[in-house]
Ligand binder design. Structure first.
Ligand SMILES: [Zn+2]
Length: 292
């Protein structure tokens, strides 16, 4: 009896020990971190989750966003391959898990800086260690002088969330837009966290109006972009918003509205499908209380 129990226990234990870590690790097992130079001393790292911006030089290493916790070691290796080290400063463009997962690890030795609302939203999650929280927060803007460049952190209100920041490297002429830009795809707009379709639109207009025309742009997701790519995203969001509003006005159902959006099928291949995008616009229009 004891032997049988012991065998059962052992078999069960092995299944638990083996299967659970494998399930958890699998998602990131094959993720490699790819590095691309985007400007003088400025790089983009891509693995899984939001694109990471990097500057590395005499003042040390600064990163913008840090993807998922299991990738922290691979991200650190990529920074070392650039001649850098563990980041002295970590900037968070916003609070979503695919942009702040490495905070807990990198925040042990570096200073995390983000908008006030990022800290507030992370504080409300009870599973995060204090090392994952921003130490420095700001309301509208702050400037960081680092590696011979001037990094302007500018809050973009009520777009993707209510706590988004874009980071402008003034010397390198590079802009990290976080999830205020999904290059070539419909954006995720997190309305329960203060996001807004119309706010997202006005933030894109502001980038086109205020930023140098020849700036290189790191999007939150997708390949390297420029002002023309931002203008294209703006055009797609405005046009699809109009099509959905007109469809609702005409009493169409989701399937008919989706058919009207057929020309934009390629934009629904990413995280946000055409159907989810229609849902986001419908929710936004219902909240506004009008269909114009
Ligand atoms: Zn996001």
């Amino acid at each position: 009896m004891k032997i049988i129990l012991a065998v059962r226990f052992t078999a069960l234990t092995i299944i638990m020990l083996v299967s659970q870590p494998l399930v958890a690790a699998d998602r990131f097992a094959d993720v490699d971190i790819a590095t691309q130079q985007v400007g003088k001393n400025v790089y983009m790292l891509q693995g899984a989750g939001g694109n990471i911006g990097v500057t590395s030089g005499a003042d040390g290493t600064l990163i913008i966003d840090d993807q998922f916790a299991p990738l922290a070691g691979r991200i650190e290796n990529a920074l070392k391959a650039l001649g850098g080290d563990r980041p002295r400063i970590i900037l968070n463009t916003h609070f979503h898990g695919d942009h702040i997962g490495g905070n807990a690890e990198f925040g042990r030795t570096g200073v995390i800086i983000a908008h006030d609302n990022v800290r507030a939203r992370l504080l409300s999650q009870d599973n995060l260690p204090t090392s994952a929280l921003p130490l420095v927060t700001f309301a509208d803007s702050v400037t960081i002088h680092f590696n011979g460049d001037e990094l302007a952190l500018i809050h973009l209100p009520q777009g993707h969330t209510d706590g988004d920041t874009m980071v402008w490297f003034k010397q390198a002429n590079v802009l990290h837009m976080g999830d205020q830009l999904f290059n070539g795809a419909f954006p995720y707009i997190d309305m329960p966290s203060g996001g807004s379709v119309d706010g997202y639109i006005s933030n894109l207009r502001r980038v086109i109006r205020d930023m140098p025309n020849d700036i290189t742009i790191i999007p939150g997701h997708g390949p390297i972009a420029d002002i023309a790519a931002v203008a294209r995203c703006l055009e797609v969001i405005e046009d699809t918003r109009r099509i959905v509003a007109h469809g609702l006005d005409a009493g169409k159902d989701d399937a008919s509205i989706a058919a009207d959006l057929e020309g934009y099928a390629a934009w629904g291949q990413g995280f946000i499908s055409v159907d989810r995008w229609i849902g986001i616009i419908k929710t936004h229009l219902a909240q506004r209380g009008s269909l114009e």
